[in-house]
Design a protein around this ligand. Sequence first.
Ligand SMILES: O=C(O)CCC(=O)C(=O)O
Ligand SMILES: [Fe+2]
Length: 293
Amino acid sequence: MQLASQQLESKDVKVQLLLAGGYEYTVYLKSDAPLLHSLLTTVVARAYNKEAAEHNLFQIPIDAGHSALCFSSDRLVGVVTEPPVWIQQIEEVKPPSLDILNSHYIQIENFLPPQEYEQLINYVLDKESDFVATSTSTKDQDYRRSMVLYSFPEFTELIVKRIQEIMGDVISKLGLPSFVISQIECQLTAHNDGNYYKMHNDNGSPETATRELTYVYYFNKQPKAFSGGELIIYDSKIENNFYVNAESYKKLEPLNNSIVFFISRYMHEVLPVICPSKAFADSRFTINGWVRR
Ligand SMILES: O=C(O)CCC(=O)C(=O)O
Ligand SMILES: [Fe+2]
């Protein structure tokens, strides 16, 4: 912070000092006196919470030099000047925070035993006609393209149980404080040719605010018949007290029979899938959802 008293020429200024405890003293100072500058600087520094750790001592001659007024700078509450001495405050320009908060995730391969994985693939291929087009809370048509199956009770219980078993480990590996799980949500998605999900987070509305962790279990028929569909998890930065995405990110392959966990507030997106056959069976499948506190 810089401070400049805007006085063109040196002249006498009547300075009323307002001290803690309701004390007031009047002194006369030259407008360019270092002491006046110092008094004003003290008041301004307090306004910006920038008081030096050590206070300085003011010693001001009064009564034509017969007496001295002494006080510590932390006792000075305000200054009344006549004529006015306007203080030009030049705030330090704070550059935007450049601190990038690295996003963390966990990817576990071979999540389901081969037999359960086979059953799941067969189950999904059987359920093709029950899949519906996905939507987003904003109903923006272009934000998300994929198909979803909301009810698959045969596998929900199995997945939820497996997630519960490893939750303690996941939470500690992600460095999160432990929390009591109230619910684990589940959906089953299929991304086919040209499908995607643009950048979003998973807990940005009142209904989703208690989502702590996002998980995505990836599976596909083998050999894999699509490309793309990577999951992008953005790093974060804090802007105006809000978490926003940084430019940097992690790019994750949707690895067959693997599961990924990350914090639901991270911004993330699904890159477009290229599936030349356009066959449902060749889709990028997920069982994904959220762990709520
Ligand atoms: O499919 C994925 O990789 C992520 C899906 C996702 O972000 C979501 O459903 O909220
Ligand atoms: Fe998401």
